[in-house]
Design a binder for this molecule. Structure first.
Ligand SMILES: NC(=O)c1ccc[n+]([C@@H]2O[C@H](COP(=O)([O-])OP(=O)(O)OC[C@H]3O[C@@H](n4cnc5c(N)ncnc54)[C@H](OP(=O)(O)O)[C@@H]3O)[C@@H](O)[C@H]2O)c1
Length: 273
């Protein structure tokens, strides 16, 4: 690993770090030398993730709680600072894809809850990190958005609108916090995780056939992009949105490719139902 890619000596907080993309990010950052602090709601999953990271030779800690709880975000920041004395990297990854369905049927309370997790929590956590460490010492933030934030799709109106807001928030923060803190986003296409299981599980082959790069994403595809963005290799990159989508966005220029993801979104429901 080049010295610019190394995260030796740095400390990272990863929300939603117990599975899927967040866990792959925690593993990738730890693999590059960072000490990592993860959060998720399920305490057992947080404990298991910390144990696995530690077993692989990394320094890791964790705190269970919801990012929707402002007190948890302060406690998380304090946990990283108490454990390691600094906080250089923040990855806002935890999110919800509820309420799922037509917007005319969306429960305003569920809509508000989605914005609390997907938009308000990332801002609050950046504020915590800024006040506690980054305003004085600098840092790098990555917000996990979605390829879908750039266009509309069936039954994902609340999710897409909140992620479009997160994309805008990323760019606004990038301008406001420069030059000491870089703020970027990564926008994945369809990735093999629990959140998206209802989309890929019954249609992986057709979805893969419809993608220019011929397969759905793995959490590690996204994690490598995050690792690069928070490293010194990306020292002159801020306010950027890095698409990691197997070519989803450029599908229209590929002869004969159709959108099997939208077919799944129309006909299937998230596993939480
Ligand atoms: N998978 C895809 O195809 C895809 C595509 C585009 C964008 N994304 C984005 O990628 C990110 C990660 O998604 P994923 O697919 O990896 O999801 P996932 O496999 O369902 O993992 C979500 C993680 O977030 C945690 N989490 C959920 N709600 C939380 C809350 N309120 N507070 C704290 N932690 C919470 C979960 O643990 P607990 O349940 O224990 O809290 C888990 O660790 C999300 O921002 C998502 O929008 C995913």
């Amino acid at each position: 690993m080049t010295s610019e890619l190394s995260l030796e000596g740095r400390v990272a907080v990863v929300t939603g770090g117990s599975r899927g993309i967040g866990r792959a990010v925690a593993v990738a950052l730890a693999g590059a030398g960072a000490r990592v602090c993860v959060t998720a709601r399920d305490p057992g999953a947080v404990r298991e993730t910390v144990a696995a990271l530690t077993k692989s030779g990394a320094e890791a800690t964790g705190l269970a709680g919801s990012v929707a709880d402002p007190a948890h975000l302060w406690e998380l920041t304090e946990r990283a600072l108490d454990a390691y004395g600094r906080l250089d990297i923040l990855v806002n990854n935890a999110a919800t894809n509820e309420p799922y369905g037509p917007l005319m049927e969306a429960d305003p309370e569920a809509w508000r809850a989605a914005f609390t997790v997907n938009v308000e929590a990332p801002l609050r956590l950046v504020q915590c990190a800024w006040r506690a460490w980054m305003s004085e010492h600098g840092g790098a933030v990555v917000n996990i958005c979605t390829e879908g934030a750039g266009h509309v799709g069936p039954r994902v109106g609340a999710y897409g609108t909140s992620k479009a807001a997160l994309l805008h928030l990323t760019q606004q923060l990038a301008g406001e916090l420069a030059p000491s803190v870089r703020v970027n986003s990564v926008s994945p296409g369809l990735v093999r995780t629990e959140m998206a299981r209802f989309v890929w599980e019954h249609a992986e082959e057709s979805v893969a056939r419809g993608l220019p790069l011929g397969r759905i994403g793995e959490p590690e595809d996204v994690a490598r992009a995050v690792r690069w963005l928070v490293s010194d290799e990306a020292a002159w990159v801020t306010g950027a949105d890095l698409l990691v989508d197997g070519g989803t966005r450029v599908r229209a220029a590929s002869p004969g490719l159709t959108d099997a993801v939208h077919q799944q979104l129309r006909h299937r429901l998230p596993d939480t139902r």
